[in-house]
Design a protein around this ligand. Structure first.
Ligand code: SOE
Length: 385
């Protein structure tokens, strides 16, 4: 099998999720390429060396500029915070590397457009990792919609709820600063929800939004301690929170459907809950990431006595990706969605097919997120062309 060398930037939460994906994909899927974990790039040399040893990366680099120029690397995997995506993706494309980029794609749709242009000009593949598209139950939702089991869609309702910053003493990490994150849950969480809506429902044409700012000042963070979104405070010195804590949007879709989005880091008790509901003329679908192997489906065509929401366990061989894992009924988890992304990406390179989501999809998503922020600032409904 032909080998394909990966260079990854980032070695924290997403660095681990991606490393696991590259390692597992060839074990469970028949792929045209064997990914080689060639080099991992980060700033803290000691932590980087430990990461490389543990996860099997052959070499380390402390400069991403150097890494993207290496002739022995074919794919640049960007698993670093979003303020770095633009520079790395453009440099990678100019050096002829395919780009596998973690969400959110960029700090703005204007940046994302340039990233797309660089990839197109240099004829390299671009992929945007919204991993939840690759949950088998969500692939089933897409199939039910495409095969008209829901009919005409009227409503989309989506919530992404977390609570990891609710303690007022939680430090001012990069995720809470506009210069690094651009925005709070709007970029971090609603980016997933909007991607899901574009995938399942269609194009969004108008947005009205409100943002909430609950805690506006926090102690500075001791970055070196960061692990699994937990960080220690550096000192009693504090700084301003420059992103929102919650973002609510109402939208109109091109096909006439209406939608709502609620993204918050202030939903006490909710650790990582992404849920959505879809209501159509002949059926309905609901999903909850806390029960990610299940899809709930209502068909108006069922007979009167047995009509009602039924729970489908999306673990049969016929459910997308599941025939690569365990016998029917053996559930899968969060990390599998990354394995699916890596497997699809590697397959697409052989077939020279540009799979979704890619930078073109990412631009659409960012336009919706930007419209949301603009609407919250101005109080206007913002149209998207
Ligand atoms: C933090 O909110 C985060 O890690 C997001 O950045 C991820 O995209 C999401 O999947 C889990 O939560």
């Amino acid at each position: 099998m032909k080998e394909l060398s990966i260079g990854i930037v980032g070695y924290k939460f997403m660095g681990r999720a991606h490393s696991n994906g590259w390692k597992k994909a060839p074990l469970f899927f028949d792929l045209p390429f064997k990914p080689v974990l060639k080099a991992v790039c980060g700033r803290n040399e000691a932590a980087l060396n430990e990461f490389a040893r543990k996860w099997g990366w052959q070499e380390t680099e402390t400069s991403w500029r150097k890494m993207v120029e290496r002739p022995d690397i074919d794919v640049i995997d960007i698993a670093a915070p979003q303020h770095l995506h633009y520079d790395i993706a453009i440099a990678a494309a100019k050096n002829g590397k395919h780009v596998f980029c973690e969400k959110p794609l960029a700090m703005s749709s204007a940046q994302a457009e340039e990233m797309l242009e660089a990839c197109e000009q240099n004829r390299v593949h671009h992929f945007l990792n919204h991993n939840y598209r690759r949950v088998p139950a969500i692939s089933l939702a897409k199939k039910l919609i495409d095969t008209k089991k829901i009919g005409q869609i009227y409503h989309w309702r989506c919530c992404y709820q977390q609570d990891w910053v609710m303690d007022p003493n939680f430090p001012l990490t990069w995720q809470l600063q506009q210069e690094f994150a651009q925005s709070g849950p709007q970029w971090d969480l609603n980016s997933h929800c909007v991607d899901m809506a574009l995938y399942l429902i269609g194009k969004i044409t108008a947005v009205s939004a409100l943002t909430g700012h609950f805690i506006t000042e926090r102690p500075l963070a001791e970055e070196a301690t960061s692990h699994n979104l937990k960080v220690r405070a550096k000192s009693i010195e504090s700084g301003k929170v420059t992103v929102e804590d919650a973002a609510l949007m109402m939208v109109r879709f091109e096909n006439g459907a209406m939608g709502s989005f609620e993204a918050t880091r202030f939903a006490m008790g909710r650790k990582n809950r992404l849920s959505f509901e879809i209501y159509g003329s002949s059926g309905a679908i609901t999903f909850d990431l806390e029960r990610m192997n299940e899809l709930r489906y209502y068909s108006a065509e069922d007979d009167q006595d047995t009509k009602g929401f039924k729970t489908i366990l999306a673990t049969a061989e016929s459910h997308k990706y599941m025939d690569h894992w365990w016998p029917e009924g053996h559930i899968i988890g969060y990390e599998h969605t990354f394995v699916h992304a890596m497997a699809d990406f590697l397959t697409s390179l052989k077939e020279d097919e540009m799979i979704s989501p890619n930078f073109t999809d990412g631009i659409q998503g960012l336009k919706v997120l930007e419209a949301g922020i603009r609407s919250a600032q101005t109080g206007n409904v913002i149209s998207i062309i």
